[in-house]
Write a protein that binds this ligand. Structure first.
Ligand code: ADP
Ligand code: MG
Length: 390
């Protein structure tokens, strides 16, 4: 769906739901992370790109001091709450994400009398493509434009991240919200999550005759569930034992040996830390290749090494994700890896554009031999970040 169609659909859905015209429509994209998984809450490096898939928020001020949330994707779950009654955990469910954003800017929203928010999206939810950040960022941009015009893009990243962490209770880092808010068309976003410095790195796969294939396994993950938080705590424990604030500060894998104290726990911490330290190095390697305008194919094996590290050291892959990666590489992909928080979701594969159908068919064939339904596949083109559509 292009921006014009998305704008029209969101306007119509808003009018059907609320009986008035929206004041505007804002869009924010999902993302795939090219490399740099779970590094964000360790102060490390990430390299996401925005997807063409977006979440749209059609929004208008109200007069009753309430916020109303309605989603085309969850038509049974409309929520209306007085702004003054928003509190972390209430409302729960899907509306927690946009409610968290409004809560973060509640004085500004209360000053305009509340908001009606209609959400529509083509970002698959729970697929590791960051529908949650797309939802938060679309609403954050709308609230900024309608209620709090002084805020910067970085402020909005913080508002959106706090919505996810503190209001919904999903302990994610800054990657997803930064990607959705800050990515630009034709680029990957090289972000240092420690000081938030960033660079838009040209990432023109089509010009190199390549395509980035996304394979959504359909196995939904849940960040608010346990696995993600466990990994985060393990990284914090490893950093504490190493005497550093953040694992980002370690750049030599050999320095991690002290973690292995002969106990099972020590071995786990070594594995977790080794993933983070080697993953930061992989981000730098990929960025160096892209900056040098070297052969983009060279990033392929680095992506596959990233997958192996997530599988063996971070232990967050699944059999289906491993199968997709193996099938892709076996069919001639230059590299492949799972993306997102893990325990389900999607994988990416770097393939020759003219062999895309062949590689996709090989993956689908292996996949359907073990899974009840085929995966959803599409080509990811580096797209624009959050923006106003009209
Ligand atoms: P991901 O960000 O990888 O898609 P998350 O678990 O972080 O997965 O976020 C998915 C959740 O975000 C959904 O379960 C739902 O609560 C919410 N969400 C995302 N997009 C929408 C939407 N268009 N309408 C309603 N809820 C949505
Ligand atoms: Mg998410």
């Amino acid at each position: 769906m292009n921006d014009e169609q998305a704008l029209k659909a969101a306007r119509e859905a808003f009018t059907a739901r609320f009986g008035t015209e929206p004041a505007g429509v804002w869009a924010a994209p999902g993302r795939v992370n090219v490399i740099g998984e779970h590094t964000d809450y360790n102060g490390g490096f990430v390299l996401p790109m925005a997807l063409p898939h977006t979440t749209r928020a059609a929004v208008a001020p109200r007069t009753d001091g309430a916020v109303a949330f309605s989603s085309v994707q969850q038509p049974e779950d409309d929520v209306v709450v007085p702004v003054a009654e928003l509190t972390p955990g209430h409302p729960s469910g899907w509306a927690g994400y946009p409610a968290g954003v409004v809560h973060g800017l509640r004085d500004a929203v209360a000053a305009v009398g509340g908001l009606s928010v209609l959400v529509d999206s083509d970002v698959p939810a729970g697929a590791g493509l960051s529908s949650s950040a797309a939802l938060e960022c679309a609403v954050a941009l709308a609230v900024r434009d309608l209620c709090a015009p002084g805020l910067s893009a970085d402020d909005l990243v913080d508002v959106a991240r706090r919505a996810e962490n503190d209001f919904v209770g999903a302990p994610t880092g800054i990657l997803d919200q930064s990607a959705s808010m800050l990515c630009t068309e034709g680029h990957a976003l090289f972000l240092d999550t420690r000081d938030r410095s960033r660079e838009q790195v040209p990432f023109d796969l089509a010009a190199a005759g390549l395509a980035l294939l996304v394979v959504d396994t359909g196995q939904a993950h849940e960040h608010a569930g346990g696995g993600y938080g466990d990994r985060r705590r393990e990284c914090e424990d490893a950093a504490a034992r190493l005497g550093v604030q953040l694992l980002r500060e370690v750049d030599d894998v050999a320095a991690l040996a002290v973690l292995d104290d002969g106990t099972a726990e020590g071995e786990v911490l070594l594995r977790r830390a080794r993933h983070i330290v080697t993953e930061d190095a992989r981000v730098l390697e990929v960025v160096a290749t892209l900056r040098a305008k070297d052969d983009v194919r060279a990033i392929g094996p680095v992506l596959t090494a990233g997958h192996e590290s997530l599988r063996d050291d971070f232990q967050i892959s699944t059999d289906l994700l491993d199968l997709v990666v193996e099938a892709a590489v076996g069919a001639g992909a230059y590299g492949a890896r799972m993306v997102g928080g893990g325990f389900g979701g999607s994988a990416i594969a770097l393939v020759d554009a003219d062999r895309l159908d062949e590689v996709t068919a090989a993956i689908v064939q292996r996949f359907t031999a073990v899974a009840p339904a085929p995966p959803r596949t599409f080509v990811a083109v580096p797209s624009a970040g959050a923006r106003r559509l009209g």
